[in-house]
Design a protein around this ligand. Structure first.
Ligand code: SF4
Length: 513
């Protein structure tokens, strides 16, 4: 089989170079599509044709397993088993036979960003073409795609990073009779996906992950989620929640799938229904509206946000102008501003402090959004103290313990990392502040909702990755990220704990046992 030559590294190769990618395609037309997709790229990997069917795959795997390759990628077409697949869809294998490909979510994210339709799922290898009834059975067993070569070929990785991408040529709705058009669509996708194989290989390597501790859920977020869960348990669905209960797409998606309905405003809640207020708090106007509408309210506002509200009311009642240090448009800020709208002014920067026109310069107080950057907020507070020496500060820090602790923890890992990944959603203030904390420390950082947001280009040449999660990001996302990174090469995980947390908040009486 001529296409199996050259080997990934020939005899004259420089031994100091990292072992190369072994890129396999069973069929000639698949190998040709990949070569076309790689054309023009610097140092494209050789595409090795392994031949059709399981017997050849087993033979080739036996030979190739002794080659000095660094990582193994198998690409080809496959039969879709699920009815929601279409010809041309790509599937990044999570399990291929008995081989686990844990970097599949990262690979799928990269393919998606390249504009390709992609899913992750289990790929099975069979020794014959799969027909209608067998398709349904394999789908029922949880397989997404069937092919005739991947599983034995993947076993040749023998512990090295391995990935499999199959482009769907036929599906239950587009069976083998339509394989010409489906096959062409699959080959087009395969060709477009080829450059991603090279990027995946460049991102592979031995690494360590430095886990920041503490990270992930805080007491206020755990309480808010538990409140929605308990209301769902007691009242059944739907349960209305004003705004996202916490700023995290995973949490919101999970609760939505269990019957929570997230609304922007109370006019989307039916009269007399139960509504949960989010952890970020609401202004009194919203409470009044809920009372007027006869809604049953369960308040999931974090007690540390409620504390800032109470301070705003107290300072305003004492005749103070309240400078609220925070970010315009954030739900928490809107809620706090609403406590004393005539007495409270939002200040975001030192320039805002300079422009402040209080009623009485001797009666100025300041408060803070709970999830600010400790350093940035201190700058604005410093400007207030300079301009108004008699300024009153909150009785205790408004920036909450969880925000402060996560920033200190990520600062510690950033100092020893080439790159920091912060699990959290884009609208999560405390998560965004963690990224900024790293950047201020001179370490590049990226906010990711999950492993599929990791861009392969970030990882090339990176040996130490710091990893943390915002207070609203579930611990499971951190586990998912570690698992995905472990699919790119040997991964040592070390936790660096700067402080431990034991704070818990009680539940509101409406949902207590
Ligand atoms: S980040 Fe702080 S203020 Fe926000 S919910 Fe958590 S503990 Fe409460």
């Amino acid at each position: 089989m001529r296409d199996t030559i050259p080997r990934p590294r020939d005899a004259g190769a420089d031994a100091s170079e990292p072992d190369p990618l072994l890129l396999l395609a069973p069929l000639r037309i698949e190998a040709r599509a990949l070569r076309r997709g790689l054309r023009g790229l610097p140092d494209p990997p050789a595409v090795i044709r392994t031949g059709y069917g399981t017997t050849r795959a087993v033979q080739q795997a036996g030979r190739l397993s002794h080659d000095p390759f660094g990582q193994l990628m198998i690409m080809g077409v496959g039969g879709g088993l699920s009815t929601d697949l279409s010809p041309g869809d790509l599937v990044a294998g999570t399990e291929v036979g008995v081989v686990t490909c844990t970097s599949a979510p990262i690979l799928a994210g990269e393919l998606r960003r390249a504009g390709l339709p992609v899913r992750t799922g289990r790929i099975t290898t069979v020794d014959h073409l799969v027909r209608r009834a067998e398709r349904a059975k394999l789908a029922a067993d949880g397989w997404l795609v069937a092919d005739m070569e991947s599983a034995p070929l993947a076993a040749a990785a023998a512990g090295r990073p391995v990935a499999v991408i199959r482009a769907v040529s036929d599906t239950p709705h587009h069976p083998l009779a339509g394989i010409v058009s489906g096959g062409l669509a699959a080959l087009r996708s395969l060709r477009a996906a080829a450059p991603v194989a090279q990027r995946w290989a460049a991102a592979c390597g031995t690494r360590q992950v430095l886990l920041a501790g503490p990270r992930s859920f805080c007491a206020g977020v755990e309480r808010a989620i538990e409140i929605v869960e308990r209301v769902l348990e007691r009242q059944g669905q739907p349960v209305y929640v004003r705004k996202q209960i916490v700023h995290n797409t995973r949490v919101v998606g999970d609760l939505e799938s269990r019957g929570a309905v997230f609304v922007d405003e109370l006019d989307q809640v039916p009269d007399g229904a139960t509504v949960v207020f989010s952890a970020h708090g609401v202004s009194p106007v919203v409470r009044e509206e809920a009372a007027r509408r006869g809604l049953a309210v369960i308040d999931a506002t974090c007690p540390l946000v409620s504390k800032v509200h109470a301070e705003a009311r107290r300072f305003a009642a004492d005749g103070y102008t309240v400078a609220l240090i925070g970010h315009a448009g954030h739900e928490e800020v809107e809620g706090t501003l609403g406590e004393a709208p005539d007495s409270t002014v939002l200040v975001q920067t030192a320039a805002d402090v300079a422009a402040l026109r209080p009623r009485d310069g001797e009666r100025v107080a300041f408060l803070m959004q709970t999830t600010l950057s400790v350093d940035e907020a201190a700058e604005v507070a410093g400007a207030l103290r300079e301009r108004f020496p008699a300024v009153r500060a909150p009785g205790s820090d408004d920036i909450c313990y969880a925000t402060t602790n996560r920033q200190a923890a990520v600062r510690a890992v950033a100092a020893e990392s080439d790159l920091v990944l912060v699990a959290g959603s884009a609208n999560s203030s405390n998560s965004v502040r963690l990224v900024e904390t790293c950047e201020r420390a001179g370490t590049p950082a990226h906010l990711i909702d999950g492993a599929s947001d990791i861009q392969l280009g970030w990882l090339a040449g990176v040996s130490t990755i710091g990893l943390t999660a915002g207070a609203s990001a579930p611990p499971a996302v951190v586990e998912e990220i570690i698992s995905a990174l472990s699919g790119l090469g040997p991964l040592a995980v070390t936790e660096k704990v700067t402080t431990t947390e034991s704070i818990r908040f009680g539940l509101p009486k409406e949902v207590r046992q």
